[in-house]
Design a protein around this ligand. Structure first.
Ligand code: C2E
Ligand code: MG
Ligand code: MG
Length: 371
């Protein structure tokens, strides 16, 4: 079995290379762990015997993994790295029965380790910052609140986007400390704005699924709100669909607790990944945020238009409000407003901005597009 990993697109494929070798293409890989998880699941499926004409047949497999672009630029190069790793796995790797091509493993592991090590210093050295992106009420063009988004300017690595360091922090356990920092700083900033007489509306904070699995999340939130004397309706939380996968009843109970405190919960990036409608039924949500991939396809892909209309209609049917994220163009905003979407967010109105620019943007209401 030869697995070739492509980091660029969004599909997984399996193809027969010859009678005994199969190629598997995994795409959009963020973490080495995910590849290992796939290998293990596939190896597990070889554990059970096959029943063929009344006979039990045991089979086995070895995997060699190569990762684009570290292990090769062409299909041939990737294939031969994977074949090499596979034959090493067969010869030397005993029980595990899979092996990464060393180059890819080293590069990915080293990058993740660098991020993890530098993250240790990030809070202490004051390298983290929150930026704020306004959420616009479609009916009035007024700012209905802001989403807090993390920025990390690392002394050693330069600017690292949240998409790169949040997954590492989740894996290393650092997300607890970072998540607390985000909650604390967003609430502290909100208190400063309120004391200055600014009406910024609720602040939405992104919460990782890992934080949700900590039993005391509701208490932690309540403590921060108490510390800065902030009413619960001024804090919202955003959770991605994928963060809810693998969650158990306890997480749902914590979400229920958060909702009962009066904190609105938004499902972020809706429509990507798993899109299970049962979540919508089971989780106490107030709002759905349609992923920006759909928004960028408006007027380009008829199916995207239909899907957006359906998502809005399902959300409204369940009594949920809808936010569209990643609105970059006027025609997208017009289309979403015509479909009854309540809130819009995106570069068309404003990029995420530092706290110092929030007072100025509040003066510009109703919002004109960002110049
Ligand atoms: P998200 O919560 O879905 O945030 C929206 C992302 O889209 C942000 O990227 C934002 O800057 C970007 N964006 C906003 N408008 C537009 C637009 O019109 N066009 C395009 N192309 N992009 C737009 P950012 O800040 O890089 O954050 C990426 C993701 O990282 C977030 O996605 C969120 O999942 C995660 N993240 C950010 N801050 C935090 C945090 O404090 N805690 C946790 N757990 N995750 C965070
Ligand atoms: Mg978000
Ligand atoms: Mg999103």
């Amino acid at each position: 079995m030869v697995a070739v990993i492509d980091n660029s697109k969004g599909m997984s494929t399996v193809s027969l290379i010859n009678q005994t070798e199969f190629g598997i293409l995994l795409t959009d890989i963020q973490q080495v762990d995910y590849v290992t998880w796939v290998m293990k699941r596939m190896l597990d499926s070889f554990e059970k015997p096959l029943q063929i004409k009344g006979n039990e047949i045991y089979t086995s497999a070895y995997f060699g993994v190569s990762i684009f672009p570290h292990d090769g630029q062409t299909v041939d190069e990737l294939y031969s790295s994977a074949i090499n790793a596979c034959s090493y796995a067969q010869k030397f790797n005993g029980k595990d029965r899979y092996l990464f091509s060393t180059q890819s493993l080293n590069k990915m592991a080293v990058n993740q380790l660098k991020i993890e090590n530098s993250l240790h210093e990030a809070i202490a050295n004051d390298e983290l910052q929150l930026y704020y992106q306004p959420k616009i009420e479609a009916a009035t063009g007024r700012i209905a609140g802001f989403e807090a988004l993390l920025r990390w300017q690392s002394a050693s690595l330069g600017f690292v986007p949240p998409d790169k360091f949040i997954p590492v922090a989740e894996q290393s356990g650092q997300i607890d400390q970072i998540g607390d920092w985000v909650l604390h700083n967003a609430c502290q900033q909100l208190r400063t704005w309120m004391d200055a007489g600014l009406e910024v509306g609720p602040i939405a904070v992104n919460i990782s699924g890992i934080q949700l699995r900590r039993q005391n999340l509701a208490n932690r939130i309540q403590n921060v709100l108490d510390e800065f004397n902030i009413d619960t309706h001024l804090l919202e939380i955003e959770l991605t669909e994928s963060s809810l996968v693998d969650t158990h009843d306890q997480s749902f109970a914590i979400l229920k607790q958060i909702n009962e405190m009066g904190i609105r919960v938004t499902m972020d990036d809706f429509g990507t990944g798993y899109s299970s409608l049962s979540y919508l039924k089971n989780i106490p949500l107030s709002c759905l945020k349609i992923d920006r991939a759909f928004i960028s396809d408006i007027d380009k892909d008829e199916n995207a238009d239909k899907l957006i209309a359906s998502i809005i209609s399902i959300a409204h049917g369940l009594g949920l409000e809808v936010v569209a994220e990643g609105v970059e163009e006027k025609y997208q905003a017009d289309h979403l407003i015509a479909l009854g979407c309540e809130y819009l967010q995106g570069y068309y109105f404003s990029r995420p901005i530092p706290h110092s620019e929030v007072a100025e943007i509040l003066q510009k209401q109703p919002m004109a597009p960002a110049g």
